[in-house]
Design a protein around this ligand. Structure first.
Ligand code: RNT
Ligand code: ZN
Length: 416
């Protein structure tokens, strides 16, 4: 496709959308200014640089496609390359285990902003703002219970870790002049039946209260709910009900991972409910296949609905978009780019919804007309707008990014 064709198609699309009251230029401008937080862990199967050991704590990557990033330079090179194929300005989401530890073993209760100074500098040089995550998995003290552990020694270790992580996030936020969002996800749960469901939740709430009591203006907290983890199938301490209650009463941001609910649940519908009671949302956009499998995000009905609910709720300023999937069975950079571009497609599709007309129909009880327009909106020339967005931002249009990734594979990742 040449530039002229893309421009012509866009002109036609602009008119078609204008007929249903949608301003495509405005939609593209919103898309451009909405950052997506890229999850650094897609580059290396969530291994990190602490011990470089297999993943534990209820999550798992499957596949052993060659080319995994093995160190900080490779992670940075891969993120930078992926970003070059994605339009807009984005953020980078780091986990504590991705610190610059200089080859030394820095235990989780010893980490500090100094281990992230080179990340702060690198991010600034590359036009990325940072988000952050404490890491309770893949550690000898992870066990089944971390922040909810009745043993004060183990619990104290993870409380100390999480407090230190918040200070790291605060340093990142101050350096970038924009709050760093720090996610707390703990895998805590039980493989088999437990008779202490309430007790562990009381401990988790108390640990979190202690952790969050330190005021740190450079960062914002979010806490992530989950259905279950592998090996922890019978009980999850930080369930949805637990964190909904926690976030609503403590006024903390709720992290909604699209893989963390029953497979038939409508995750999109949680957005307009949660927004009434929690201050903000952090999204972990993922693709569960039968379970929390973390397949690469694609433009499917679930993801389209998710973004429609955010836009319909007028909540783009209260819903932060992050990705969370890890597929090791295909080219990892390809997976990174597919999922991020798919997320943008879903957001764009939501921004192009003929909402005022649909609302007019709904308010006047015209149900047939509403359904008809919802159906017709699906075949409006969406692709022409997405192509224009990519062209305008100087990144590959359509499948043009495939050979770019093949080249990077040949020249870089296959040589690892
Ligand atoms: C796990 C959670 C969590 C992790 C990352 C690596 O089920 O989704 O967000 O995937 O922190
Ligand atoms: Zn997640």
């Amino acid at each position: 496709m040449n530039e002229k064709q893309i421009l012509n198609s866009y002109e036609i699309a602009r008119e078609r959308y204008a007929e249903v009251g949608v301003d495509t230029d405005k939609a593209v401008a919103v898309l451009e200014s909405t950052p997506i937080s890229l999850h650094c862990w897609q580059t290396d199967d969530v291994v990190g640089f602490e011990r470089s050991e297999a993943l534990s704590g209820g999550i798992q990557t499957t596949g052993n496609y060659p080319g995994r990033a093995r160190n900080i330079d490779e992670v940075r090179a891969d993120v930078k390359f992926a970003k070059s194929l994605i339009a807009g300005s984005h953020r980078l989401n780091l986990h504590e285990i991705y610190g610059d530890f200089g080859g030394k073993l820095v235990d989780r209760d010893q980490c500090g902003p100094e281990h992230f100074a080179s990340w702060i500098q690198w991010a600034a040089e590359n036009g990325l703002k940072l988000d952050f995550n404490s890491t309770s998995f893949s550690h000898p003290k992870s066990g089944d219970l971390s922040l909810s552990n009745p043993d004060p020694g183990i619990r104290g270790f993870w409380i100390e870790h999480t407090k230190r992580c918040r200070r790291i996030a605060d340093a990142m936020g101050k350096a970038q002049g924009d709050p760093c969002i720090m996610n707390i996800w703990v895998h805590d749960g039980s493989k088999d039946l437990t008779v202490e469901r309430k007790r562990y939740r009381e401990i988790l709430a108390a640990s979190l209260d202690e952790i969050l009591s330190e005021k740190l203006p450079g960062m914002k907290d979010c806490v992530e709910a989950k259905l279950f983890g592998i090996g922890l199938e019978s009980y999850t301490v930080g369930s949805m009900d637990f964190f909904e209650g926690y976030c609503a009463t403590r006024k903390v941001m709720y992290t909604l991972d699209t893989g963390h609910y029953e497979p038939t649940e409508n995750v999109a519908d949680k957005i307009p409910a949660l927004l009434l009671f929690v201050p903000e949302l952090m999204l972990h956009v993922s693709r569960p296949v039968r379970w929390d499998s973390d397949h690469v995000t694609i433009m499917n009905d679930q993801t389209l609905e998710l973004f429609k609910e955010i836009v319909r709720a007028g909540a783009l300023d209260r819903a932060h978009i992050g990705l969370d999937y890890f597929d090791a069975s295909i080219n990892r950079i390809g997976a990174y780019v597919i999922g991020t571009r798919a997320t943008q497609k879903c957001l764009l599709s939501a921004l192009l919804e003929p909402l005022s007309k649909l609302r007019e129909y709904e308010d006047s009880g015209r149900g047939f007309q509403r359904l008809a327009l919802l159906e017709e909106a699906k075949t409006l020339p969406f692709g022409a707008v997405f192509d224009w967005f990519n062209l305008k931002n100087g990144v590959p249009v359509g499948p043009e990014f495939i050979p770019e990734i093949e080249r990077y594979e040949r020249e870089v990742t296959l040589k690892r």
